[in-house]
Design a protein around this ligand. Structure first.
Ligand code: SAM
Length: 284
């Protein structure tokens, strides 16, 4: 396994040239190849269990909450009363876990292309995969873009928890996919997608935001901090149908906030405040 050298996993990738994230490995618990990608689970010395797809860190138990809570709670709280929610990707189950906290939700559909990610996450990441045990969840093993085209005008919130735009997820970073999400939204609906890193990917984010502006009522960018993603930060692209903004939560649930580690109303609002370089690069 050439990603692990002298007991350290090194995450090198074309999307973050000249830098690498390294984690000390205690034990490799699974390594194999699915129909779509290379899958590695290892126990790290200080960051808990780690899921790696095609050499790229997807989840560490140490900091996953900052990503899962923010990609899910921002659109759900911005919507205020979500009943039908769709997840594209997200095979580890962490986003399902976050959606299941909402009593208003009646139906959760997850559309993950790779069944192996689901099955091995259930085995090695139970604190995330617990999301699958909610009776409101239906699992579709298929390409998310195809599923959406079959379900127009249906969902209150669509969350795309995808890997990076290389391999099976590249289609999820293209304007037609966003148009498909918009068409699958019910009126008042909200889209929230993994929006890459403002330090590294302005050239990818800007054209996507410009393309989505052509049909969404509003397009905004929020971010979270997360130590084990490239440059310690990842963003979310939020789009709406017949709704002015996602910056202010319509629903505030202080009781739920007590059970969360990262998200709260104040963090929600602050997540949309961008440093000047990013605001200029993405929105001007
Ligand atoms: N949180 C992670 C991150 O930002 O690095 C991503 C989570 S990972 C579980 C993303 C999942 O998206 C993978 O399991 C992958 O199989 C899935 N995926 C990639 N392309 C897809 C597609 N076209 N349709 C549905 N799922 C897809």
């Amino acid at each position: 396994m050439d990603l692990i050298i002298d007991g350290w996993f090194h995450e090198r990738g074309a999307l973050w040239p000249g830098q690498a994230m390294s984690l000390k490995v205690e034990e490799v618990v699974y390594h194999g190849r699915s129909k779509y990608q290379d899958i590695l689970f290892f126990k790290s010395t200080n960051h808990g269990m780690v899921l790696v797809l095609d050499g790229v860190i997807q989840v560490t138990e140490h900091d996953e909450h900052s990503y899962q809570e923010m990609i899910a709670q921002i659109p759900l709280m911005a919507h205020g009363n979500p009943k039908k929610v769709l997840v594209i990707g997200g095979g580890d189950g962490g986003v399902l876990r976050e959606i299941a906290r909402h009593d208003s939700v009646e139906e959760i559909v997850i559309c993950e292309i790779d069944e192996d990610v689901i099955n091995y996450s259930k085995k090695y990441l139970p604190s995330l995969a617990v999301g699958y045990s909610d009776p409101r969840v239906t699992v579709k093993v298929m390409d998310g873009s195809i599923f959406m085209s079959e379900n127009p005008g249906t969902f209150d919130v669509i969350i795309t928890d995808s890997s990076d735009p290389i391999g099976p997820a590249s289609v999820l970073f293209e304007a037609p996919f966003y148009r498909g999400m918009y068409d699958a939204l019910a009126p008042g609906g909200v889209i929230c997608t993994q929006g890459e890193c403002m330090w590294l990917h302005k050239d990818l984010i800007k054209p996507l935001v410009d393309a989505v502006k052509k049909f969404c009522t509003s397009v905004e960018y929020a971010f979270t901090t997360i130590p084990t993603y490239p440059s310690g930060q990842i963003g979310f692209i939020l789009g709406t149908k017949d709704k002015e903004t996602c910056k202010t939560p319509v629903k505030v649930d202080r009781k739920m906030e007590e059970t969360l580690k990262y998200y709260n109303k104040e963090v929600h609002e602050a997540a949309f405040v961008l440093p000047s370089f990013a605001r200029r690069a993405i929105f001007e």
